[in-house]
Structures are given as structure tokens and as C-alpha cells.
Design a protein around this ligand. Structure first.
Ligand SMILES: Cc1ncc(C[n+]2csc(CCOP(=O)(O)OP(=O)(O)O)c2C)c(N)n1
Length: 339
């Protein structure tokens, strides 16, 4: 440790703790039946998500996956956007048309994900290609789970980015399981980053629960990307401390494994580091925690009071033709018309 300033470390602590607090509230809402669809937590993985996003700059692009709430928050997404999105309210970023973190924000450089594992890699390679062709400095960063790295589209996207030396960073999250499939049944290698050599790109494996290690490795990847040295496959070793989603009780994970990783919790670890090096007093940490609690409670109240979407907007924002217009096939069908 030592590369980040005290202020940066405290900011990273804020984002990690905010991620965990929002997800805890979401779990309560899920149990109350107020979440529309599934709930995918990033418990235990908040460090890698926050620290990697924190290493980017404003003109860069990021495409988070379901376990990257922390990256979205670093990018400026507010708790109310997350609550309304999970509760499918009319005020949500997708106005109730999609759930989880499936939304984007071009102004904030956030590309919306879809469920198909691996598909974001070529999409982000395309963004990186555009950045290179326009001679911009923008870097494109996205995430993939250990399971997702087995898809064909992952290989195609990374190979394309390698050949054209595109400014792409792929953070591969080795969190032990792809749903219930342990990593050793998913691939015959120990480190996902070893695959980088097959593409002729830079690969690195870091401890995903060590925020400074993740930040430093992402910075190195960003520098290489900006210098025109091409993509990086950055593997972060971490662990998913819940099931795949809240409907999955993860009984396939041995209890000792959870215990082992609980000792390595990224938030506890950062707090220990801050205390041991006199970088934060108890008051500093308590101050951040109460700021988070107030922010989350305020935004949760807003979301709960927000209306469900008006059915009349169901076909808006769906087709390229623009908000409020209909594709020709539907124009011929009077029953679809709004009055
Ligand atoms: C191409 C594709 N195949 C299968 C699925 C179904 N699926 C959704 S999540 C998941 C497991 C993902 O595991 P991993 O990539 O390791 O990420 P993690 O959930 O562990 O973060 C699967 C198989 C999918 N969404 N897309």
C-alpha cells in the first residue's frame, strides 16, 4: 500500500461502504417482495469493483456487470437510481423497463449491460476502436466473471482488441463460482490472466480484496492503453459471499470457504489498514458511515414514494425512431396507438 492518498482511501472506503449499505437495504426490500426480479449482490467483491472504476478518468467508458454496483457509484450514480431501478419505478433510469443495474448513462460514460455473458467485451472493444479512430484518450473498461470468460464472444472480442491494439481493459473477476460451478470445472488453468498470452496482450493477476493493488494494476493498464500498447486482461481474485442471487442459498459452497474469505473482507481490511497507519480516526469513519446512512435512507424514501411507470410509456425508448414514435409496422396497427 502507499500509492493512494489518505483522502483517496477514505473516498474509496465511502464507495465500498455505500455499496454494501445499499445492497443490505435492497436485501430487506427483496424479502418484503418489493424488488421486481432478482437481486444480485456483490458482497465481498466491493473492493475490486470500486478500486478499478476509481482508476479511470472522466472521459473514459465503463460497462459494469450485475456485481459492479460499486463501479456505478464511483461513476456518479446515486442511490435513488439504484433503488428505483430495482423496484421498477417510473422514476428509475429505465423508467421501469429493466431492472438490476441494466442501465446506462452516456454523459457519465456508462454503457448499459445485458444479460448475455461476454457480449460486453466486443461492445467495449468497439468503443475502444472508436476512441482510437477519433484519436481520443478514452479507455474502455468492462468486467467479466470466471464463468463468462468461457464464452466464445469473450475470445472473439479480446482477440479483436488485441489485433488492433485497442485501449480496452477487461477485469476478470475470479470469485470461485459461476452460479454453482466451481472454477476447476470451468477451466483447466489456475489464473484467468494466463489466457492473455494466447492473445498477445498484457495479463496480470492481483488480490481483488486489496484495493490499492487493484487500483495500481488498473492504473498501469490505463497508462498502457493511453500509450497505444493495447488491451489488458486484469484478473482479480475475490469471493462471492452470497449465492448467485438472493434466491440461491449457495449450499454448494463449503462453509470453510466462506469462513476463509470472511477473514479477507475488503472493507474490514481497508479499515484495519487505515487504523494501523493512523490514516483515519474512529470519528472519521463514523462520520462517513452516518453520511451514508442519511443518504441511503433519504433516497430509499424517495424510491418507495415514487409511482410505478405509466403504462402509456411502455413503447417509448424501445425503438430507435425516438421517444414517443412507433415503428412503421406498429403504425399500421391501430390497436397499438395511444389516444
Ligand atoms: C451466454 C450466457 N450463458 C449463460 C447465462 C446464464 N448465466 C447467468 S449468470 C451465470 C453465471 C455467471 O458466472 P460468472 O461469469 O462466474 O459470474 P459471477 O456470477 O460469478 O459473478 C450464468 C451461467 C448467460 N446469462 N449468458
Amino acid at each position: 500500500m502507499g500509492i493512494l492518498t489518505r483522502e483517496q482511501l477514505l473516498e474509496i472506503y465511502y464507495y465500498m461502504k455505500l455499496t454494501r449499505t445499499i445492497e443490505e437495504r435492497l436485501t430487506h426490500l427483496y424479502r418484503q417482495g418489493k424488488i421486481v426480479g432478482g437481486l444480485y449482490r456483490s458482497l465481498g467483491q466491493e473492493g475490486e469493483s470500486v478500486a478499478s472504476a476509481y482508476a479511470l478518468e472522466p472521459g473514459d467508458f465503463i460497462a459494469p456487470m450485475i456485481r459492479n454496483l460499486g463501479s456505478l457509484l464511483v461513476r456518479g450514480v446515486k442511490p435513488w437510481e439504484i433503488f428505483t431501478q430495482y423496484m421498477a419505478r417510473g422514476t428509475s433510469p429505465t423508467r421501469g423497463k429493466d431492472s438490476v443495474v441494466h442501465f446506462g448513462s452516456v454523459e457519465r460514460g456508462i454503457i448499459p449491460p445485458i444479460s448475455h455473458l461476454g457480449d460486453l467485451i466486443p461492445v467495449m472493444a468497439g468503443i475502444a476502436l472508436a476512441s482510437k479512430m477519433k484519436r481520443l484518450r478514452s479507455v474502455a473498461l468492462t468486467y467479466i466473471g470466471d464463468g463468462g470468460t468461457s464464452t466464445g464472444v469473450f475470445h472473439e472480442g479480446l482477440n479483436f482488441a488485441a489485433v488492433f491494439k485497442l485501449p480496452l481493459i477487461v477485469v476478470a473477476e475470479d470469485n470461485g463460482y459461476a452460479y454453482s460451478t466451481p472454477k476447476h470445472k470451468q477451466m483447466a488453468i489456475e489464473n484467468i490472466a494466463d489466457r492473455a498470452i494466447g492473445y498477445g496482450i498484457f495479463g496480470e493477476t492481483v488480490d481483488g480484496n486489496d484495493v490499492e493493488a487493484v487500483y495500481a494494476a488498473t492504473r498501469r493498464a490505463v497508462e498502457r492503453a493511453r500509450q497505444g500498447l493495447g488491451p489488458t486482461l486484469l484478473e482479480v481474485k475475490t469471493f462471492r459471499m452470497r449465492g448467485h442471487a438472493e434466491h440461491d442459498d449457495a449450499r454448494y459452497v463449503p462453509a470453510e470457504l466462506f469462513e476463509h474469505w470472511r477473514q479477507k473482507d475488503p472493507i474490514d481490511r481497508l479499515v484495519r489498514y487505515l487504523r494501523e497507519n493512523n490514516l483515519a480516526s474512529e470519528d472519521d469513519l463514523a462520520g462517513i458511515d452516518s453520511r451514508i446512512d442519511a443518504e441511503v435512507e433519504h433516497d430509499l424514501r424517495y424510491a418507495e414514494q415514487s409511482p410505478m411507470p405509466d403504462p402509456s410509456i411502455a413503447l417509448q425508448d424501445v425503438y430507435y425512431e425516438g421517444v414517443g414514435s412507433f415503428p412503421p409496422s406498429l403504425e399500421r396497427e391501430p390497436t397499438y396507438r395511444r389516444t
